[in-house]
Design a protein around this ligand. Sequence first.
Ligand code: FDA
Ligand code: NAD
Length: 426
Amino acid sequence: MGRAFVYVILGGGVAAGYAALEFTNRRVSHGELCIISEETVAPYERPALSKGYLLPEAPARLPAFHTCVGANEERLTPKWYKEHGIELVLGTRVISADVRRRTLLTAAGETISYKILIVATGARALKLEEFGVNGSDAENVCYLRDLNDANRLVDVMHSCSGGNAVVIGGGYIGMECAASLVINKINVTMVFPEAQCMPRLFTPKIASFYEDYYKSKGVEFVKGTVLSSFDVDSNGKVVAVNLRDGKRLPVDMVVVGIGIRPNTSLFEGQLTLEKGGIKVNGKMQSSNSSVYAVGDVAAFPVKLFSETRRLEHVDSARKCARHVVAAIMEPEKTGDFDYVPFFYSRIFALSWQFYGDNVGEVVHFGDFSGNTFGAYWVNKGHLVGSFLEGGSKEEYAAIAMVTSLKPAIEDLAELESRGLSYAMAV
Ligand code: FDA
Ligand code: NAD
């Protein structure tokens, strides 16, 4: 048994939703496009899962955050896909792909063939077992990647209000979930191996601001160590975590955010991989001309830095999804993807944005004891990255613009003294 489509999107996450919208903007014919997703719901804005979804009052629930509301676009409900003649094949895992024959095989045994495939399989959360720690399948240990994980986290959180949580990992999931747990009246201890939170992005000075803010909300930090084992009771619940430095932390629940791995396994040995993802060109086309890749799974050339990068952020998933559809449907009118990396987060009453690259020398500016501060990164004489906490819409637009221009910087001290006004003047 089998079905055939002109275009198939494999994966039903952020990139799939934005690609679907772009296909309809470009008047894809009814019956030509199919989206296959392991998830049982239509594409949604994944960032909501660690923020609005975890709020104690009036939490965000589907259908409110289906794509593409995150970019102030239409909300694509299952009805929308139906009305636009797009086949949504939900709750269906693809278990193998044959790029030579242009076919996908689903776990249900169906073969789906395509003329053009867009791989948008995203990534999976790394498990503690991959670092040699067992027991993370206990009912009160939570990961967070999809809606099922989020529902489980909400249930566990509600069952231990007033209790103690340990958050493993000091990255995005760790920081955002710790904030949500506190808002839900749970006492939080964060444990991570580095000397500071958000080591992939923050400077020590920036990290220290957020750590102090979290401490003021009651969060405790145990840094420079990792988990060595769980203590589990007779019901299979984790009751304490043991750390490699010898500490034992009693817990009612655990949240783990220790990074991700892109879902490339279906294509290993068939497509060229780089930086852990599927290598694509500026049209998001892989080493096989019928296969494109977008989102967390794609390693694409970032023009601004003349380098191939794999980004794990929603803005790049949205924009490269739109670009790939333009490149497929109007190849002669579509140039190479030209993208300035953009990351953001919102925690408690705080909110920051970052553009570009965090390499080179750092110049901090603003009031680190107040509400608005930031940093520029200057590499080889050019401004390549900008961070801002607590900015206005105009200020964020200014740091985005200045970063995209990569201006020459001769005097770091002058940049420091001008601070945000430097970006505002560009
Ligand atoms: P995404 O993960 O969205 O979708 C992949 C889809 O493929 C899923 O539906 C999956 O089930 C499906 N799939 C995979 N393999 C399959 C198979 N074999 N068969 C069928 N289906 C398959 N970023 C940011 O910039 N700001 C933010 O605030 C946040 N917040 C945030 C919170 C949380 C909880 C997470 C987990 C992530 C974020 N992110 C973020 C990151 C952002 O959500 C992420 O970069 C995008 O979702 C990537 O979009 P993709 O479409 O590439 O993958
Ligand atoms: P991450 O890469 O941001 O952070 C991983 C963290 O895990 C590291 O900072 C480190 O502290 C910790 N770590 C690594 N190995 C460890 C170990 N053995 N034991 C304990 N800690 C260890 O990954 P994440 O926080 O898991 O986030 C997952 C994905 O979701 C990422 O792609 C991220 O970009 C995305 N996300 C993004 C946002 C955002 O952009 N605002 C929000 C949530 C999630």
